[in-house]
Design a protein around this ligand. Structure first.
Ligand code: XIL
Length: 397
């Protein structure tokens, strides 16, 4: 769909949403835009647009994705699946792949994969793999190397002398433990930060300071040796919009991927986190399409790895907010799934009952956030229908 239709449709929603209490200047500007949009576009009533977002049939996202040669799944926390049978049932029904949100990080949430420098605790991550396997779901590993989610002992006990051994041993042990059992690994996460002003665009992290830029190649080679079957992925965020910061990040990511491929690093896929911003209207389908095509031209698969919609700057009213959120999902996925190299869609959670955004991007009005596909009562939302439509209309792989 040409960009002007995207803009018009979002302007319409934002205009209607504006009636529910954004700032006066925003309201005035947005209503004008929405009125213009309404004048120029078919007089689609809200109900009609809402009806348009419903899909026919009861098939789950897992079934719809499989029919197109895609995989759909979601991140989850063992703590939630273990204590919430209704949630576990929803994951079994909707997800063809599971991503441990906490359990395969060095240290995150209630999980301590790395209790000490010398030890590993696979109890929680093994539980997640058993859950996935018992429901015929695949599992993807997240994440072997990240500058966040490091245990308290890391800073005191890892230094230039032992850093390489610590990194390689972690990857050999963890990727080796699950060798042959995972769809893919996020080997390195969020290594780009143009604001750190390095010529190579790399983020200045503990790993970079301890090992230099070659830590990425080192990590991928260790992962390939430990698990020759898993698809090895570089994962990053802030790449979806027509904004100067996202332009810079897309350039830096492409430069990194080109460098890794040119030096023979064993990388198979790029992970686009896709934490969408519900209020953002600077979405340029052609820019996103071009970026994905450039990544694919390197011979890489593309995974949408952490899809959700940040709604903390959207109107409070759930009906309007849900429509804007659904629109953001559909606008993004309609473009992304046009790229044949896109093989996987993972949402960062499944139900509004549990989302990292409650803590990391809360609403100033303290209303519950509504970023995901099922509501807090596990009912399918407009967002679920938007994702289902985008999958149903995607070209088969
Ligand atoms: C987040 C989890 O969802 C939180 O529960 C945790 O406290 C911090 O990490 N990008 C990533 C994910 O790659 O690992 C992050 O997950 C969200 C941002």
């Amino acid at each position: 769909m040409p960009q002007h239709q995207f803009t018009r449709r979002r302007a319409l929603w934002l205009g209607l949403a504006a009636l529910t209490g954004l700032g006066t200047s925003t309201v005035a500007r947005t209503i004008t835009t929405a009125q213009t949009a309404l004048r120029n576009s078919p007089a689609a009533s809200l109900d009609k647009l809402a009806r348009q977002t419903q899909v026919t049939g009861e098939q789950s996202l897992r079934q719809r994705a499989k029919a197109k040669g895609l995989i759909y799944g979601a991140a989850a926390r063992r703590a939630n699946l273990f204590t919430d049978p209704a949630l576990a049932k929803a994951y079994q029904a909707e997800c063809g792949i599971l991503v441990p949100e906490w359990e395969l990080k060095w240290s995150s949430g209630d999980a301590r994969l790395r209790p000490t420098l010398q030890t590993f605790d696979f109890s929680r991550s093994d539980w997640m793999l058993r859950f996935a396997q018992s429901h015929d779901m695949q599992m993807r590993g997240h994440v072997l190397v990240w500058h966040l989610g490091l245990p308290d002992w890391f800073e005191e006990q890892v230094n230039r002398q032992n850093a390489e051994q610590v990194l390689v041993r972690h990857i050999q042990t963890v990727a080796g433990h699950y060798a042959g059992k995972l769809h893919s690994w996020d080997v390195v996460n969020e290594a780009i930060e143009p604001n750190n002003r390095r010529a190579d665009g790399l983020r200045i992290t503990s790993w970079l300071q301890l090992l230099g830029p070659d830590y990425l190649d080192l990590a991928f080679r260790a992962a390939a040796a430990a698990d020759p079957q898993a698809k090895l992925t570089y994962n990053d965020y802030g790449l979806e919009y027509d904004r100067p910061d996202h332009d810079a990040r897309r350039r830096a990511v492409l430069k990194l991927l080109e460098q890794l491929k040119a030096q023979g690093t064993p990388i198979h896929a790029f992970g686009l986190q896709a934490h969408l911003e519900g209020h953002e209207t600077r979405f340029n389908p052609n820019k996103l399409r071009r970026f994905l095509a450039d990544v694919a031209s390197l011979g890489l698969e593309i995974y949408i790895t952490e899809l959700d919609v940040i709604d903390n700057r959207l109107p409070r009213h759930p009906t309007n907010r849900d429509r804007l959120i659904a629109q953001a999902y559909e606008d993004f996925l309609t473009v992304a799934l046009d790229e044949p190299a896109v093989k996987l869609i993972v949402t960062w959670g499944l139900s509004d009952r549990y989302t990292w955004l409650s803590d990391f991007h809360p609403r100033s009005d303290r209303a519950a956030v509504r970023p995901l596909l099922l509501d807090a009562n596990l009912n399918r939302k407009l967002a679920w229908h938007a994702v289902a439509r985008a999958i149903d209309q995607a070209p088969s792989r």
